[in-house]
Design a protein around this ligand. Structure first.
Ligand SMILES: [Zn+2]
Ligand SMILES: [Zn+2]
Length: 152
């Protein structure tokens, strides 16, 4: 379980963040955008309340893209070393997605779901018993106590 507060930062250490809430959902994303932005096979992510996340050192550079869904996605990265840290989806302004690889204690994250597996690289084997979504994840159960976070 993720112990709070949790902290993380970029490769060079200039940009750092702090999160004061436990994640709602912990998952891997196999979409092409996450493969490119992490330069890897998939991204490991956790979603947290937007208000729980703050920048504790440095200022990230934000870049904007439009996802296949049409959603406007902002990725906050270190301008010096290039590490992508946090993603904001304009369709869900009350949430932020943290790229788990940037956490100081990534082992605390307990992934149990996998999304956009239709784009998964063929040699990536998913653990048995985890939730698997061909496209976007269905997080209604994860947000059952506050589903409005998924709506606005
Ligand atoms: Zn950096
Ligand atoms: Zn993705």
């Amino acid at each position: 379980m993720v112990e709070i507060p949790c902290e993380g930062g970029c490769s060079c250490g200039r940009v750092r963040y702090r999160c004061s809430a436990r994640p709602f959902v912990e998952y891997t994303c196999h979409c092409r955008a996450c493969q490119r932005v992490t330069s890897s096979a998939f991204a490991t992510c956790m979603q947290v309340p937007a208000e729980a996340l703050s920048w504790s050192s440095g200022t990230p550079r934000d870049w904007l893209r439009t996802a296949d869904s049409g959603n406007r996605i902002t990725t906050s990265a270190c301008a010096d070393c290039g590490s992508a840290l946090v993603v904001a989806n304009a369709a869900r302004p009350r949430l932020r997605t943290i790229y788990v690889g940037t956490l100081d204690r990534p082992k605390e994250v307990e992934v149990d779901a996998h999304i956009f597996v239709s784009r998964k690289l063929p040699w990536v084997v998913l653990p048995e018993g985890h939730r698997v979504f061909s496209e976007a994840g269905d997080w209604r159960g994860d947000y059952a106590h506050d589903p409005t976070r998924l709506e606005r």
